[in-house]
Design a protein around this ligand. Structure first.
Ligand code: UPG
Length: 457
């Protein structure tokens, strides 16, 4: 009966145009589609997902107010600065598009639109969906622990913790454990108080929504999930990690370099350190060279993702001396973009030097790969503290992008006995998280509750 009812129900998804948000949204689409829902994905022109990789879904593109040049630069541009512009410009095209889908569904008696699910970073979607009488659910693609802090972040910023002196750097932020005071400036980054109105709108609209879906699970943050329900006063569904349910159909905005897989095939088990800082973080030329020297000096094989736009203001290859380039080529492989999930699952990977974006952190845990943490900002500061200080499955570089520190961390993780202990703890965490998505597990059961919730909206 329920299955019958679901056929004929459509869910509309609207991801934020960031790689780290598109991937989970399309994974969620797979989950809902497997439970009988039809899927429409509305997306901006900027960083449009590749519709041909997802033939079962309907894709509708809207204008976002960006210039041709900005659209052309796509994922290589400074995406964060464009998001504000898109949030200002996309409301009206989004409303028109959503309205059209709703009208079409009214005309067809065989189909009903159940709800809109969009990223918590959109500022106008709650208002638009209310005006069209469509229930809206919020997808949060980072830890509930971080989303719970949204209402209090402006207070923490003004509390007088900043600037942080050396003597108090390691003190915890009591309102926001396990964050340390030295993490705070990078949480707010260049945005500072400009973030306050954004945070306010997100909190307020989430409280008016029909629920929050988290790409997380009880095994990783049970108390925070309970707290989230208390803070936002809406139902909470933790159904992650999303990518565990289906083998990946790629949502990559960059072309993946598949040659790294045969290269990994030629390496020893657990010998390679995978290095990637995701799709948003930037580093300076000096930092790039420090990482290059650190990897080279560690003498460990490595696979390094240097995406276009990662290094600020440089065509990175020109920075490397002939000697350094030769030594890097002898020991490792550099690619522009990798099939990351496949890489992390490869038997040759023994560690992940990561910026701790939430997707990367979850993907690493799911493959039992211990981490070296080099967070760039925002939620990454919190994720990395969980990895190094709470779950004890990684080494924190404490922001020191220094060749000696990188060499030391790589050798500690990959060669020394400390690395073996971290690996054992990671195995335990991996098993726990794996249980959550298996039949009867917490996330698996939450999917059923979510589906029933959507049916009743
Ligand atoms: O060579 C690569 C590198 C990355 N990825 C994928 O790209 C995604 C990257 O996501 P994430 O690790 O979360 O990093 P960001 O791209 O930096 O994600 C943004 O979005 C995340 C979710 O909201 C936040 O946690 C981050 O802080 C924010 O920067 C992951 O699925 C990776 O598998 C690839 O496929 N190939």
């Amino acid at each position: 009966m329920e299955e019958e009812k679901r056929n004929g129900l459509r869910v509309i998804l609207f991801p934020l145009p960031l790689q780290g948000c598109i991937n989970p949204m399309l994974q969620l689409a797979n989950i809902l589609h497997s439970r009988g829902f039809s899927i429409t994905v509305i997306h901006t022109r900027f960083n449009a997902p590749k519709a041909s990789s997802h033939p079962l879904f309907t894709f509708l593109q809207i204008q976002d107010g960006l210039s041709e040049a900005q659209i052309k630069d796509g994922p290589t541009s400074n995406v964060m600065s464009l998001l504000a512009q898109i949030n200002l410009n996309a409301e009206s095209p989004f409303r028109d598009c959503l309205n059209k889908v709703l009208l079409e569904s009214k005309e067809s008696s065989s189909e009903k639109v159940s709800c809109l699910i969009d990223d918590c970073g959109w500022l106008f979607t709650q208002t638009v969906s209310e005006s069209l009488n469509l229930p809206r659910m919020v997808l949060c693609t980072f830890k509930a622990t971080f989303f719970n802090a949204y209402p209090t972040l402006p207070l923490i910023r003004t509390k007088g913790y900043l600037p942080v002196s050396d003597s108090e750097a390691e003190d915890s932020v009591i309102e926001f454990p396990p964050l340390q005071k030295r993490d705070l400036s990078k949480v707010f980054g260049e945005f500072g108080e400009k973030l306050d109105p954004f945070l306010h709108v997100v909190v307020e609209t989430t409280m008016r929504s029909s629920g929050i879906i988290y790409m997380s699970c009880e095994e990783l943050e049970k108390d925070s999930l309970t707290l989230s329900n208390e803070i936002f006063k809406v139902p909470v569904f933790a159904i992650g990690p999303f990518h565990s349910y289906f083998s990946a159909s790629s949502s990559s905005l960059f072309t993946q370099d598949e040659t790294c897989i045969p290269w990994l095939d030629s390496q020893e088990d657990k010998s390679v350190i995978y290095v990637s800082l995701g799709s948003v973080v930037n580093i300076t030329e000096t930092e790039f060279l420090e990482i290059a020297c650190g990897l080279s000096n560690s003498k460990q094989p490595f696979l390094w993702v240097v995406r276009p736009g990662l290094v600020l203001g440089a065509k990175w290859i020109e920075l490397l001396s002939e000697g350094l380039l030769r030594s890097l080529e002898e020991k490792g492989k550099i690619v522009k973009w990798a099939p990351q999930q496949e890489v992390l699952a490869h038997r040759a990977i023994g560690g992940f030097l990561t910026h701790n974006g939430w997707n990367s952190t979850l993907e690493s845990i799911c493959e039992g790969v211990p981490m070296i943490c080099l967070p760039g900002g925002w939620d990454q500061m919190l994720n990395s503290r969980f990895v190094s200080d709470v779950w004890n499955v990684g080494i924190h570089l404490e922001g020191r992008i220094d060749k000696k520190e990188i060499e030391k961390a790589v050798r500690m993780l990959m060669v020394e006995s400390e690395g073996e202990k971290i690996r054992e703890r990671m195995k335990v965490l991996k098993d726990e998280v794996e249980r959550s998505v298996k039949q009867g597990g917490s996330s698996f059961l939450s999917i059923e509750t979510l589906v029933n919730h959507i049916l009743l909206l």
